[in-house]
Design a protein around this ligand. Structure first.
Ligand SMILES: [Zn+2]
Length: 273
């Protein structure tokens, strides 16, 4: 493949370059005078070889309007399809990894970007370091024709979603579902069903999506991670995540299972920073 097919996303100081309209892309010729610290592959999209390149803040192309730059959540708010979400999610996680893992964990030598793989390599002991992925569960708990949605402390006012949390060392995903639900809202669940998965770039989560049935207990938000939670039916749903998120896919699956039509996707889950 020729270089003319390369499309670059840029990052500096751990942040992708983009505006409220979305992430900004650059061609090879746009970057001809831009020193690149490291560059990693993001994959082929419609015959274009996408890469994310790390540059020093002072070396950003002059075409970049610094006053218009914004954060990842704002860029994600402009996303309308899953392939763009995947591109942005991958790039953001790689940039976070690049900034967070600079030294070999075996011998402390500075790591260098691998030429061919999505990896860093130690020039001294040849250890390879791959991007970090943290497994998490996300679960939609159902009770008849109602589902449990929660407002987390990190959400904007009025936003609700399924429950989620990190899987601990040595723990199965199923045990993590039971533990997280009990810790966050104080109820027991049963009859877990695995549905699908999704990568989530805050900062490098890999979400395993489950449905579960209510078993026992009263909803009692933990007051720290979860500020409010309740049972919602199709007729009283709160502001929902957009369709390409795993949380929304779980909610849509639930609505289909209870024979309800899907709500309009007129609301946004991601909030401006
Ligand atoms: Zn080493």
């Amino acid at each position: 493949m020729s270089d003319s097919h390369c499309v670059y996303l840029l990052a500096t100081n751990g942040h992708l370059i983009g505006t409220a309209s979305g992430v900004t892309t650059f061609s090879e010729s746009d970057l001809v005078n831009t020193p690149i610290i490291a560059s990693y592959p993001l994959g082929l999209i419609e015959n274009a070889d996408y890469r994310v390149a790390i540059v020093a803040e002072g070396d950003l192309p002059t075409s970049v309007d610094r006053d218009a730059l914004c954060g990842l959540r704002t860029m994600l708010a402009a996303v309308e399809d899953e392939s763009t979400y995947t591109l942005l999610s991958s790039a953001a996680q790689i940039v976070t990894w690049h900034e967070s893992f600079k030294y070999c964990p075996r011998c402390a030598t500075p790591l260098e970007a691998h030429q061919d793989e999505l990896a860093k390599v130690c020039g001294s002991c040849l250890h390879r370091q791959y991007p970090r992925i943290s497994p998490c569960i996300i679960v939609l708990v159902r009770k008849g024709d109602q589902c449990l949605l929660a407002h987390a402390s990190k959400f904007a006012p009025g936003r609700y979603s399924a429950l989620a949390g990190f899987i601990e060392a040595g723990e199965s995903a199923e045990n993590a579902v039971v533990r997280e639900v009990e810790e966050e809202v104080g109820i027991r669940v049963k009859n877990l069903t695995y549905c699908f998965s999704q990568s989530w770039p805050f900062p490098h989560s890999f979400m395993l999506g489950y449905m579960a049935e209510y078993d026992s207990g009263e909803i009692t938000p933990d007051g720290e991670e979860i500020l409010d939670a309740g049972w919602f039916s199709a007729s009283n749903l709160p502001v929902l995540p957009p369709k390409f998120t795993i949380a929304r896919r779980l909610i849509d699956r639930f609505l289909i299972e209870i024979g309800e039509s899907l709500p309009e996707d007129s609301t946004l889950f991601f909030t401006a920073e």
